[in-house]
Design a protein around this ligand. Structure first.
Ligand code: AMP
Length: 613
């Protein structure tokens, strides 16, 4: 399926007609220097000067019809994808554009005043040129919608944070999600089994902790200014500096904005501009400021990698991408050296000789014995957008509310091994079924157990039967806080790298080494249900719920498929309370996450020959 992908930057437009599956471009064009003198439109060897002051909308109105005329007869545009920088709280997934969506994008524009209005101008112009195909907005912030509250919150007064929308959103999500998926394919692993640190190092730069497919930490915040050293942006600075500059050096809002966004970063440190190639060259010739710029850039990133490994309790691969990450062996070397404590060993020869490109988009740069892989991965945000758009358009007709999904509330409970049951209740003890649960073969037992956390205890936690191969305690966020432990959001059975806890029964105590999770909200369904909804096991979907006090949409819902299941969505007590759900609550599948289409791609790369298979 061919998708037109439009990316409007502050003074430029890039557009590609892309095959959503292969990423192959049937045509590409770009417009430069918009809003200033001598704007230029180029495609396929064709070059046209535009009038001075031409804006984004006008340029697209001129350029798009020419691009469309040029397309071969067998290429039909089935949809248009627009990159939109900020989705705010409202957009946590790609969305089909309507008048109402345009207004909502406008409404979050004050969070990205340099980007969203321009993205919107592109959307409006393209909808006029191509009114008969679906237009989809894909958001740079959406991949980070899974950031847990602890990573999202600034330590500011909560009333102010709520009132002024001060929270961390994260950016470059399209790229982080894409390279994470590419890395997983290359490693022949499921993304949902990996802990990755993805380093997007371009003119803008950010790093992301991707834990089992979900962004759980990232270096950019409310705006793309926080975090790493960038081309012209400072990244992290002590906020006290801003107060000091305003108080003692006559800085105001505009001059601070210019300082931090345009005059800092590599450009400010080096005094030689923002291009890493120039800075590396000058540093090699002995320029001390350029050397310092490289040192600060690499040091800051190493610091984040160490921090994110700590946040995830380990890391399976570190991924380098974008202009600097894909191309600069020197920066990769500086960042990856002395990561031995993480089990990451750089292969210096491979690192030096590696050049990722369209033919070889992923390369391993760690030694064969390195426990943590180091990878260079070519990012392709337009391909990621095309994949998201095709997915959404395909689903549009497929998903419907014809098969309502009953919603059940899962109270805290324990699944135990027989050995643990005996340690708690006595040798040879068998659990006694009390009542059947909705999922066939599952029952609640008569027995309960006391859970003892570092901070508090919870009595009478129900045990579910039958016994299992691993111990697992499923609690809510409120329980987590009450007990005093950090439990990650996990699918049932996925207990590696989770905290343990003490269980107490009438005949003894058991100290679990691991197994405490907040259950990832999920839908059980049969293969027939999955075919009906057009989803696969372990896809992540959104579900609209009605039957509560107010209608709402739950994002990030995991699909579990088995012939033994019965169609039902499970949420925990916190979520049910927040939604004030009634007994007859019903869900409707509204959208599957766009990356699902990439997950289903069959292409893998052989890590040894690095050839596509
Ligand atoms: P991007 O924003 O992804 O296009 O990346 C732009 C950044 O990548 C600029 O700082 C470039 O200098 C840098 N870059 C591109 N090629 C190289 C290279 N071969 N070595 C070092 N940096 C590079």
């Amino acid at each position: 399926m061919h998708i037109l992908v439009i990316n409007c930057g502050s003074s430029s437009i890039k557009a590609d007609v892309i095959d959503h599956y292969s990423g192959h471009r049937a045509a590409s064009m770009d417009v430069e220097r918009l809003g200033s003198t001598n704007p230029l439109f180029r495609f396929n060897g064709h070059r046209e000067e535009l009038e001075d002051g031409t804006d984004h909308g006008e340029a697209l109105a001129i350029a798009l019809p020419k691009l469309l005329d040029y397309l071969p007869d067998d290429v039909t545009i089935r949809g248009v994808g627009h990159r939109v920088v900020h989705g705010g709280d409202r957009f946590t997934r790609p969305v089909r554009i309507t008048e109402e969506v345009e207004q909502a994008i406008e409404a979050v524009s004050d969070l990205a005043p340099l980007h969203n209005p321009i993205n919107l101008a592109g959307i409006r112009a393209a909808r006029k040129v191509l009114p008969d195909v679906g237009h989809v907005a894909v958001f740079d912030t959406a991949f980070h919608a899974t950031l847990p509250t602890r990573a999202r919150a600034y330590a500011l007064p909560q009333e102010l944070a709520d009132q002024a929308d001060l929270r961390r959103y994260g950016f470059h999500g399209i790229s982080h999600g894409y390279v994470a998926q590419r890395a997983a394919e290359f490693l022949r692993a499921d993304l949902r089994d990996l802990r990755l640190i993805t380093c997007h190092l371009g003119n803008g730069a950010s790093v992301c902790a991707v834990e089992y497919g979900r962004s759980i930490e990232t270096s950019m915040g409310l705006t793309p200014l926080e975090g790493l050293v960038m081309g012209t942006r400072s990244g992290d600075v002590d906020p006290g500096i801003l107060i000091h500059l305003m108080r003692n050096h006559d800085y105001d809002v505009d001059s601070l904005d210019r300082l931090l966004n345009q005059d800092s970063g590599l450009a400010g440190l080096s005094g030689r501009g923002n291009d890493m190639r120039d800075i590396l060259e000058q540093a090699a010739q002995g320029d001390d400021r350029c050397r310092l710029a490289i040192q600060v850039f690499s040091h800051r990133l190493r610091k984040y990698i160490g921090a994110y490994a700590a946040v995830m309790g380990g890391v399976d691969a570190v991924v380098f991408t974008a202009g600097i990450g894909e191309n600069s062996a020197i920066i990769r070397h500086r960042v990856a050296q002395r990561l031995d404590f993480l089990g990451a060993h750089l292969d210096e020869d491979k690192n030096r000789d590696t050049q990722v490109d369209d033919d070889q988009p992923v390369a391993m740069i760690s030694t064969p014995t390195s426990r943590t892989h180091l990878l260079a991965v070519r990012t392709d945000e337009s391909h990621a957008i095309a994949a998201d758009v095709s997915q959404l358009l395909l689903e549009h007709d497929q998903l419907s509310g014809e098969r309502p999904i009953p919603v059940a509330v899962s109270a805290r409970h324990a699944h135990l091994r027989q050995e643990t049951v005996e340690a708690l209740f006595g040798e040879g003890y068998e659990l006694t079924p009390r009542n059947d649960l909705s999922q066939p073969g599952q029952w609640a037992a008569e027995e309960t157990v006391r859970v003892i956390g570092p901070r508090n205890e919870i009595a009478s936690v129900r045990i579910l039967g039958p016994t299992r191969a691993i111990d697992q305690l499923e609690i809510s966020r409120t329980d987590e806080f009450h007990l005093g432990i950090d439990a990650p959001v996990r699918a049932s059975g996925d207990v590696d790298n989770t905290p343990g806890i003490i269980l107490e029964g009438p005949e003894g105590r058991v100290e679990l080494e691991k197994g405490v999770i907040c259950a990832w909200r999920h839908i059980h369904m049969t293969p027939d249900d999955a075919a009906h909804f057009g989803v696969d096991d372990r896809d992540v979907v959104e579900v609209a719920i009605s039957g509560g006090e107010r209608d709402l949409v739950f994002g990030d819902v995991l699909v579990r498929v088995s012939p033994n299941f019965k169609l039902e969505m499970h949420i925990d007590t916190d979520e049910a309370n927040a939604a004030n759900l009634g007994r007859d609550a019903r869900g409707t599948l509204v959208c599957t996450e766009g990356m699902a289409s990439l997950r289903r791609r069959k292409t893998t790369y052989d890590p040894i020959t690095q050839a596509a298979q």
